[in-house]
Design a protein around this ligand. Structure first.
Ligand code: SF4
Length: 329
């Protein structure tokens, strides 16, 4: 039965915050080497309405003052050292052992995502400058703290603030954060075969937009209940779920999934309305209208005609409309 409740809210545990780690300087804290910050208004003013930030500044937390001499990555991208070039002090082991401990604590907080400061030798997720002796720096490194975070939390949705300016990456990251929160809510309620099947059913269209082959593998995985230990299926499902959602959904896949959804309207919607919806999907595929346009029309028909299977699909509204994430993709 279709309800007026947005799809994302059906699986959302209102009693639990969406907890997201963040490099402190992005919240406007004056923790940078120069005593300044890198306040990102989108994080504080928009996402701050929905997320509870867990602020971490690795350099301050290992005891470096503010302001402080600059530090940088040196050596090779595969095994960089964190060095203060002025004094030659090597901070690698100090930062690494701190990061292991701190990431362990953060895992205990059950984060749903993490936003890192780009280019930082501590927080940068990719393309951080690595200086080799006497040569020019290469943008090929990962910050020491970020590397530990990524290694220890492979399913955690992680992005840099700069990449979040890209509407596609932004939508994907926030979609994954809300999906992570739903998954944790499910775990807290207690994983059972029936609950996992219902969870998977609600995510089918969403998963298909990210990776069709992965979606099919997950279907086979869920169908393997009874032939494999439940715990094994749950663990594999969790890994695959986040792996698939991390793959970028493309307009072509959205078009395929939307066209497939129109098939469910066949009995309820007349030819004219169906043609109108198919034309909007085509317009979206050509880049003439944003994704929100065909989705809004599809949602309208689903609600009006009470199309049971589609009304439960997270794909129709995987995150709050107030974030307007699908207006620009
Ligand atoms: S980038 Fe990371 S280490 Fe540097 S000031 Fe920001 S939070 Fe601190």
């Amino acid at each position: 039965m279709a309800t007026d409740q947005p799809a994302w809210q059906v699986w959302h545990d209102e009693g639990e915050p969406i907890r997201v780690g963040v490099s402190s300087c992005l919240l406007g804290r004056k923790v940078r080497y120069d005593g300044g910050h890198k306040h990102d208004r989108y994080l504080t003013d928009v996402l701050g309405e929905w997320f509870e930030w867990v602020s971490v500044c690795p350099e301050v937390e290992i005891g470096l003052g503010t302001p402080r001499p600059t530090i940088r990555l040196e050596g090779s991208a595969a095994a960089p050292r964190l060095v203060e070039p002025g004094s030659g002090e090597d901070l690698t082991e100090r930062m690494r052992s701190y990061s292991e401990r701190r990431v362990g604590e953060l895992r205990g907080l059950e984060l749903d995502g993490y936003v890192l400061k780009r280019s930082s030798p501590s927080c940068g997720m990719e393309r951080v400058k690595v200086w080799s002796r006497g040569g020019m720096p290469e943008k090929s490194g990962v910050g020491i703290f970020a590397a530990v975070l990524l290694e220890r939390c492979p399913s955690l949705p992680v992005e840099e603030e700069g990449r979040l300016n890209d509407p596609v990456l932004r939508e994907n990251f926030i979609e994954r954060v809300f999906a992570s929160h739903r998954w944790r809510s499910l775990r807290r309620a207690g994983l059972t075969r029936a609950r996992l099947i219902a969870f998977h059913t609600a995510h089918k269209m969403l998963l298909r937009t990210h990776n069709e082959a992965g979606y099919r593998r997950m279907g086979a995985l869920v169908a393997s209940f009874g032939r494999r230990p439940d715990g094994e299926v749950f663990a594999e499902y969790e890994e695959s779920f986040f792996d698939i959602l991390a793959r970028r959904a493309t307009p072509k896949r959205h078009v395929n999934v939307l066209q497939h959804a129109v098939g469910y309207l066949r009995e309820a919607v007349d030819d004219g309305d169906r043609r109108e919806l198919l034309a909007l999907i085509e317009d979206y595929g050509k880049g003439l209208v944003p994704l929100i346009v065909p989705i809004t029309m599809l949602r309208h028909h689903v609600r009006r005609h009470d199309i049971d299977y589609l009304s439960g699909q997270l794909y129709l509204e995987p995150h709050p409309k107030e974030l307007m994430l699908r207006n620009r993709v």
